[in-house]
Design a binder for this molecule. Structure first.
Ligand code: AHR
Length: 670
């Protein structure tokens, strides 16, 4: 006799069996093995990469507030400068190189005043980089070069005013320098120069703003004259207080945001900036040192003129200020446009430039020519230099000349500096690079999917420097069409997944840094999206991706702990990414958990038998309901980490990792 169970009961039984199996197999378990040998992090593990892009230095980190200070931005037009002529005055301004200031900065601005009333001066004004920041109780250092001229030398002027009677006097009067609002209704501070002389003369003044000044950026620097005559100006500079008061230094708010990342090294001049768009536009360090009067500047590969006021020693000062190890990139005969210099005699001058550069930075100030020059430039103490990168992204070089170029640099540098570690920017066969620089720009899902990228990589080859990485595309959850200037919350999660992937390979990866770092968010100022930190002339903000990095860098410790996740679903684009590290001295265990899924995930954490931890643990969670959420100048704290606690930590416990979040948990080992 056959026994039939009612269909509904059968279905219910089958469903419950499947459910039971599914539950068991999908239980997500992170096993942490504290008894297995741990892998130490290199002291240089996390750092910064920097290049002149998006007005990173000029109009960014470099403290200079005057745009086109030496009239090099445009040969025929005094960009960022304007002339103001009151109704009863007659005057003009022209660019001229008839009275070169130096051979490197030959053009100057000539102001010709035929007629002016003493109570209504003629003036020229500089608008700065999308404004000039004015703050209360602040001292601004002004400097420029000027001389009082004859009226001759400008055909335009002479044609117009020939035969003027009496002839235009030679200009020997003082000028007035002031900080004013762009509409000229407010004068924040003002000072008078000494009388001009017939030779170029350096003028230095301090302008101090009052206590009641409201911070603003719609301002200008104004240089005015109330007597007729002709005068020329050049290298006009305005500096607010800089980070640690360094002369020719950096912008404090940006430096503080960089310091918040706890960087251990600086890769500079990073990226395409070292290469130049064309070979002749490469980073030529010899033109980027010494007095500003002799730095010609150059057109950088992102198509705007770089003053190079932020030059080689300024990069080293930046390293000193933030306690970072310099990772110096040298030009290796290859440009962004894929032009190359053939290895052999044609490459030799560039190899020599690199040797000179190393000697300039590390040479004894008494025994070496270049070391003595460094001392003269203001830094008698030699720097320590351990890493040199040969070129940038030479894997794009279709001519395959990098093998030869790298070998030539390698042999010359190692012969003189055997302890320097050389970083190759492509895999090379005929020499052993100490380190290879890999770059990754990907969308969030692809970073998650590639979580195991370095897990199986050969441990006997060169060490890895992930010298540029960033989530650049949008997440599949995004409702946007294009990326913004700074990363969104879902892009920060892509970064977090990738940071887990890198941390888990700390025995192989000795350095890693995000790129690009900085962006001036004014329309037209940027060339790349997204970038970690945004700013205008007055304010700055950090992106959700900055917070992700800061969380990783302040919760790392000194060693990577072996861990393994079991029970993960089969979709690699949605897997939970994780990394476990330890601060041995403090007895802290850091868990980083990245959940890119739209639902929370239960995770069982097994610390193994005999391991005991405080039941209370701190969590910091970075999350936004909106995958496209940004931070901005107007809303700098839209996405920030939120503190929490759990109270059930033990040798085996369960946590909920919230949807679309990075969670960092700190366990205290007992
Ligand atoms: O960081 C932006 C650019 O991306 C870098 O200059 C270059 O190295 C990379 O291709």
């Amino acid at each position: 006799m056959k026994h039939f169970l009612p269909t509904a009961i059968c279905l219910a039984l089958i469903t419950s069996v499947i459910a039971a199996e599914t539950n068991t197999s999908s239980e997500l378990v992170l096993s942490i093995d504290l008894k297995a040998p741990m892998k130490p992090f290199a002291p240089t593990y996390a750092g910064l990469m920097t290049e002149e892009i998006n007005h990173s230095y000029d109009g960014g980190l470099y403290g200079e507030l005057i745009r086109n200070r030496a009239f090099r931005d445009n040969e025929t037009k005094a960009e960022a400068w304007s002339l103001s002529v009151p109704s009863n005055a007659v005057a003009c301004m022209v660019l001229t190189n008839i009275f070169p200031f130096t051979d490197k900065l030959p053009s100057s601005l000539q102001v010709q005043i035929l007629k002016v009333e003493s109570n209504a001066p003629v003036s020229v004004a500089n608008e700065g980089y999308w404004g000039i920041p004015i703050r209360p109780d602040t001292s601004y250092k002004v400097s420029f070069w000027a001389f009082g001229n004859y009226a001759w030398g400008s055909p335009k002027f002479n044609d117009k005013y020939e035969g003027t009677n009496p002839p235009l006097p030679i200009f020997r009067s003082p000028l007035t320098v002031s900080l004013q609002s762009a509409d000229r209704l407010k004068v924040y501070a003002s000072a008078e120069t000494p009388a001009l002389t017939p030779e170029w003369q350096k003028i230095e003044l301090t302008l101090k703003t009052g206590h009641d000044v409201v911070p603003s950026k719609e301002n200008q620097l104004v240089i005015s004259a109330a007597v007729p005559g002709v005068f020329n100006i050049n290298l006009v500079s305005l500096f607010p207080p800089t980070y640690k008061d360094r002369p020719n230094g950096t912008r404090p708010d940006l430096m503080e945001k960089l310091a918040g990342l706890h960087p251990k090294f600086l890769r500079f001049p990073g990226g395409n900036y070292v290469q130049g768009d064309n070979l002749w536009e490469h980073f030529d360090w010899k033109q980027m040192r010494g007095p500003l009067e002799f730095r010609p500047g150059h057109v950088s590969c992102w198509h705007y003129h770089s003053t190079d006021g932020f030059g080689l020693l300024e990069f080293m000062g930046w390293c000193e200020d933030l306690g970072m190890e310099p990772v110096l990139a040298v030009f290796a005969g290859y440009s962004l446009r894929q032009q190359h210099v053939a290895p052999g005699p044609l490459l030799e001058p560039y190899v020599q430039d690199a040797l000179d550069e190393i000697e300039y930075l590390t040479g004894d100030s008494k025994a070496s020519y270049w070391g003595a020059l460094r001392a003269k430039d203001g830094h008698p103490e030699p720097f320590k230099l351990k890493y040199i990168e040969i070129g940038n992204e030479d894997y794009f070089d279709l001519s395959h000349s990098y093998e030869g170029r790298f070998a030539q640099f390698h042999d010359a540098i190692k012969a003189k500096y055997p302890d320097i570690q050389l970083i190759a920017t492509a895999r090379v066969k005929n020499r052993k690079a100490d380190v290879v620089d890999d770059h990754f720009y990907r969308n969030p899902e692809s970073f998650v999917k590639d979580f195991h990228h370095y897990d199986q990589m050969d441990r006997n080859g060169p060490k890895i420097f992930v010298g540029e990485w960033a989530t650049i595309g949008l997440s599949s959850m995004s409702k946007q069409k294009k990326t913004d200037e700074t990363p969104s919350s879902s892009q920060a999660l892509g970064d977090a997944a990738w940071m887990c992937a890198m941390e888990r390979n700390a025995d192989l990866i000795i350095m890693q840094c995000y790129a690009p770092l900085l962006v001036n968010v004014n329309p037209g100022a940027s060339q790349w999206r997204p970038n970690l930190i945004g700013y205008d002339a007055l304010s700055s903000f950090v992106s959700p991706a900055w917070h992700a990095q800061a969380l990783f860098n302040s919760h790392r410790g000194d060693a990577l702990v072996v861990s393994e996740l079991k029970g993960e679903s089969s979709d690699p684009e949605k897997q939970l990414c994780y990394s476990v590290t330890k601060d041995t001295a403090k007895g802290l265990l850091y868990l980083k958990l990245v959940n890119v899924q739209a639902a929370p995930r239960e995770l069982k954490i097994n610390l193994g038998e005999g391991v005991s931890v405080d039941s209370h643990a701190e969590t910091l969670t970075l999350h936004s309901e909106n995958p496209d959420q940004l931070n901005s100048l107007e809303h700098p704290d839209a996405v920030v980490p939120v503190k929490g606690t759990i109270s059930n930590a033990s040798s085996s416990f369960t946590v909920t990792v919230p949807a679309t979040s990075l969670m960092v948990m700190t366990l205290k080992l007992k």
